[in-house]
Design a protein around this ligand. Structure first.
Ligand code: FAD
Length: 500
């Protein structure tokens, strides 16, 4: 799509978080809105939001803050360091402490001044190594035991305010991405994932369909598990442009207040999700590989972090809706039940074409030729890594792939060495794949590679190192020299096909 985008329309995200990755799969994900951010939208949008929040019955108010006889205050405890667990991460606990009660030793470990500690838990939460804990005196422990015996939950004002703020938000939404009425498969994968989340929360799952001539997608959404479809069908939404889609999404979110909004981590989804999260002032976790619900109705958003070396579960417990993007092929496609029905909620929201800064001048279809291969959508993949040693050695993988009707993919090392084009790379900064069979040849199984292929139905690993981590995710492992094993496999498959 060729379009003109005035400078400044897509402003940099004002949100704080872990930052921007690199390469084609660059990700930006955010945890909290920066306090000094000025939204594009008139401030009355937020006032409307606030009014709704204030108008909510205070069902969640704990009886303790009502005029009851004075009760014993719940002890908050004091923070302390657990011996041997501190990893000297760089004084995150000290930065988190609001009362300056954390001093750092020369070894970079914290010393807590218990006189000053107010038991706010901020240092405990900030510690990446779980090296801090709360401790209570025996008297405090007795009070805690007595309070828990009363069955009442002690809730402070801050927590009450948080609950009041998020209480009106209900329901799980999936944005149905489409191009000229053709839905993106990831939307149905997310509908399947959203169904599970909605069931856990005991709420309805809704599809959000914005476009022109897209009414048919509502039935499609029901067949993949949606209960409702919010439909905005207007000519102005024919082609995706950030501005009108942003306005439409924010209108719907403001009106119906969902607690979870999911979008595909595609070009469109990444663009729209970031803009929407910024506008509605909530958190967004990009490129999730797992989604779940905790016991406080928070969306647990799991994704690789710190260069893929850890899997982080991120929660947005203070803002709603909770927003996440998920890459295509990460979630399984749910079963399609064509007889399923649901409710279509048609919205007449529109926006004047003249008020949109971006114009679509021409649509240029990507015709990169028959050589272009969609690794992400392939059912069989033969993948090569640094163990192939040279570009020309990929010929043995091509032969095996041809016999299997597979496509050839590879690790980042193979791509970086120039042995494969970048669009064949599997992994964190490449494609996420979910084929029926994934054959990994001379690939060690670094975490950044595994996150892109570990959900394959069957993984066959060929590696001469029996300790290679790829064997941890392999269904079948062959310890041996790929230059012997791969041609032997190809020959055997040919023989089987010829009935020998
Ligand atoms: P190596 O780790 O060098 O492994 C080669 C393997 O081949 C070894 O296990 C060896 O035993 C085996 N071998 C050698 N010769 C033979 C033989 N003759 N027969 C059988 N086995 C043999 N990597 C990705 O793949 N995808 C990504 O998207 C990705 N993203 C990244 C993002 C970040 C931010 C970072 C920091 C790294 C990323 N990486 C990614 C790189 C990743 O960390 C690894 O470096 C890379 O996956 C290693 O590739 P490899 O397994 O081909 O090479």
């Amino acid at each position: 799509m060729k379009s003109t985008i005035p400078s400044g329309l897509n402003s940099p995200s004002p949100l704080t978080g872990e930052g921007r990755g690199e390469g084609e799969g660059a990700t930006t994900y955010v945890l909290l809105p920066a306090p000094n951010y000025q939204p594009y939208l008139p401030i009355d949008f937020f006032m409307r939001q606030s009014c709704r929040i204030n108008a909510t019955p205070r069902l969640l108010l704990n009886r303790r803050i009502m005029k009851e006889p004075a009760k014993i205050k719940k002890p908050r405890g004091k923070a302390r360091v657990i011996d041997g667990k501190c990893v000297a991460c760089g004084a995150r606990c000290q930065s988190a402490c609001p009362v300056d009660c954390v001093e750092m030793t020369d070894a970079g470990e914290p010393l807590i001044n218990v006189e000053k500690c107010i038991g706010c838990l901020k240092c405990v939460k900030a510690c990446p190594a779980e090296a801090l804990e709360m401790f209570f005196t025996p008297e405090e422990l007795k009070i805690l035991a007595a309070l828990s015996g009363e069955g009442g939950e002690e809730v402070d004002e801050e927590e009450l305010e948080r609950r009041r703020k998020i209480a009106p938000y209900r329901g799980v939404w999936v944005f149905i991405e489409q191009n000229e009425g053709e839905p993106a498969r990831v939307s149905w994968e997310l509908t399947g994932a959203g169904r599970g989340l909605a069931d856990s929360l005991g709420v309805e799952l809704s599809a959000v369909i914005i476009g022109s001539g897209v009414g048919h997608l509502a039935q499609e959404a029901f067949s993949y598990g949606a209960d409702n479809a919010y439909l905005i069908d207007q000519e102005v939404f024919r082609q995706y442009r950030t501005e009108p889609y942003l306005e439409a999404m924010c209108y719907l979110i403001g009106k119906y207040q969902p607690e979870v909004v999911l979008m595909g981590a595609t070009g469109m989804g990444r663009d729209l999700a970031g803009a929407v999260a910024t506008r509605v002032r909530t958190g967004l976790t990009a490129d999730c590989t797992g989604l779940g619900i905790d016991d406080k109705r928070n969306l647990m958003q799991t994704r690789p972090a710190f260069g893929g070396n850890i899997m982080a579960t991120i929660m947005c417990d203070r803002f709603r809706p909770q927003m996440a993007t998920v890459r295509p092929h990460v979630m399984p496609l749910p079963e399609r039940l064509s007889a399923a029905t649901g409710k279509v909620i048609e919205e007449s929201f529109s926006i004047a074409e003249a008020s949109i800064f971006t114009r679509v001048l021409e649509i240029i279809t990507d015709r990169s030729g028959k050589d272009s291969v969609d690794v992400a959508g392939a059912e069989f993949i033969v993948s090569g890594g640094r163990g192939l040693m040279a570009k020309e050695n990929f010929a043995i993988l091509e032969e095996l792939a041809e016999e299997l009707g597979a496509v050839v993919g590879g690790s980042r090392s193979a791509v970086d060495a120039g042995w494969l084009p970048q669009d064949r790379q599997v992994g964190q900064t490449g494609k996420t794949v979910r084929p029926k069979i994934y054959i990994a040849c001379g690939i060690s199984g670094a975490i950044q590679h595994l996150v892109g292929m570990q959900d394959s139905d069957v993984v066959i690993a060929i590696n001469r190192d029996a300790e290679a981590p790829i064997f941890d995710v392999a269904t079948f492992g062959i310890v041996g020299d790929l230059f012997q094993v791969v041609p032997a496999l190809t020959t055997r498959i040919r023989e089987l096909k010829q009935g020998r």
